[in-house]
Design a protein around this ligand. Structure first.
Ligand SMILES: NC(=O)c1ccc[n+]([C@@H]2O[C@H](COP(=O)([O-])OP(=O)(O)OC[C@H]3O[C@@H](n4cnc5c(N)ncnc54)[C@H](O)[C@@H]3O)[C@@H](O)[C@H]2O)c1
Length: 432
């Protein structure tokens, strides 16, 4: 393919070199003439292992050239990749002015070439940017056909050529079949799955990945500090943590939904935070966990109350399905808050009901939660037909079946993130 790359920095220079190596024809564009000259003479403008060689090969093969002239590039290319900088403003906000300027310039060039063109945004940009860019491009292109996609870049400086050649996946954010087809062709020989999603999802994925990486580093450091205070080497601890690929380094616990609870997580986080205070080890990330968790329960309470509902059904009372353990269950907290706000609450939780009948958890339930225990019922009339709002806290097939009979107008808060919810309901996810 004939591809123009706008912005020959860390991302653009590597992208141009790697695509040229794969046999595409590349025109690199930058406002900085020195960068253009360096690349045109086969030298890398950045320090990056292997990049000098690749650029030189690209130039010598005649598949890579540079220009500062936008029209020159757009006239030759069928597809433009935008990889200009998106720095922070002094207040922390994202500065998209370079991206918008390039889109305006490409659009103006397209108004002259009158040839269909695909624009791929590769700069990291917040959800909604691709839509804005499409508006800018269409406005400037004056009727020339233009297609856009967002294609986040996941390479890491220092290993960027290896990362480009072997990514975990290629994400294409587009609802435009022409742009999708062009990217499938561009990456045809990249040995990784190509996943097509909505532009906003692709934009959000890039930020989520970077926030997750920052979270991992900070988490490991705070655990290391706490471990050290106890005479333990945190590297050994984290070395063991990552070997559990069932619960630790895995999809477990990474689905947006409800607060954590139960007999372990709140208690053990609390013990760690107490230890940190005692040892005078600052752990701001870990300290934020209970606060963020409480806020998630509050958010559900507020959103249920905001519907104006006073008769509320809660499906699932224990902290997760398949247990009768009510200790520190966020659903209990939710019910107590709703009762406190004057709601009439009905609860279905068969595990808790059975435990109560068998006497196993009877004493705990009746002594600690008499007000909540009285609200347990399996009467569908009270649970479904009288309900003005429903909160589902557990992912159980029975709850999904019960929801089939709910009237479409009744607000249903699905904090369990049900696998196959009834299609006729508009579910409120709170965190999704
Ligand atoms: N650096 C990384 O490792 C990395 C990884 C993934 C994503 N990203 C994202 O990719 C984008 C680019 O990052 P970078 O590190 O390559 O930036 P960079 O600052 O190294 O390069 C940006 C280049 O764009 C050029 N430029 C600015 N305005 C231009 C215009 N109007 N026309 C042509 N060129 C123009 C600049 O001269 C510069 O050479 C950013 O959004 C960044 O967040 C970076």
């Amino acid at each position: 393919m004939k591809v123009a790359v706008f912005g020959l920095g860390y991302v653009g220079a590597v992208t141009a070199a790697c695509l040229a190596q794969r046999g595409h024809t590349l025109i690199g564009v930058d406002v900085n003439p020195q960068k253009c000259e360096m690349i045109a003479s086969g030298r890398s403008p950045i320090v990056e292992e292997g990049l000098d060689d690749l650029l030189l090969q690209g130039v010598q093969s005649g598949r890579l050239r540079t220009t500062t002239d936008v029209l020159d590039a757009v006239r030759e290319a069928d597809l433009s990749i935008v990889s200009v900088g998106t720095p922070s403003q002094p207040n922390g906000a994202l500065d998209l002015s370079y991206v918008y300027r390039v889109c305006q310039e490409i659009g103006e060039a397209l108004a002259q070439t009158r040839r269909p063109h695909v624009v791929v945004l590769r700069s990291t940009a917040l959800p909604g940017t691709t839509e804005t860019c499409l508006g800018i491009l269409r406005g400037a292109a004056q009727g020339t056909e233009v297609h856009v996609a967002f294609n986040p870049e996941f390479l890491r400086e220092g290993s960027s050529i290896r990362d480009f050649d072997a990514p975990a996946y290629t994400i294409v954010g587009s609802d435009d079949p022409v742009a999708e087809a062009a990217l499938r062709e561009l990456y045809a020989d990249v040995p990784a799955p190509l996943l097509v999603v909505a532009p906003r999802v692709a934009e959000m994925v890039k930020y989520t990945a970077n926030a997750f990486h920052a979270l991992k580093i900070t988490f490991a450091n705070e655990i290391g500090l706490l471990a050290k205070a106890m005479g333990v080497d945190g590297r050994e601890v984290m070395g063991l943590i990552v070997q559990d690929t069932k619960l630790n380094v895995s999809p477990a616990y990474l689905r947006p939904g409800f607060a954590y609870g139960g007999s372990c997580l709140p208690k053990d986080v609390s013990a760690l935070l107490h230890l940190a205070r005692r040892e005078e080890v600052p752990v701001p990330l870990l300290s934020a966990l209970p606060q963020s968790n409480r806020a998630q329960i509050e958010r559900v309470v507020d959103q249920v109350l905001a519907t104006g509902a006073r008769r509320v059904t809660v499906l699932g009372l224990a902290f997760k399905a398949g247990t009768d353990d009510l200790r520190e269950s966020p659903a209990v907290e939710l019910v107590e808050r709703l009762i406190g706000k004057g709601c009439e609450v009905r609860i279905l939780d068969r595990a808790v009901q059975t435990a109560k009948l068998l006497g196993a958890n009877k004493e705990y339930i009746e002594r600690r939660l008499p007000h909540v225990s009285r609200l347990l019922t399996d009467d569908p009339e009270a649970l479904i037909h009288d309900a003005q709002a429903i909160v589902v806290t557990q992912n159980l097939p029975e709850f999904t079946r019960m929801l089939e009979t709910v009237q479409p107008g009744v607000p249903v808060f699905d904090v369990a993130s049900l696998k196959a919810p009834p299609a006729h309901l508009h579910l409120h996810g709170v965190a999704w």
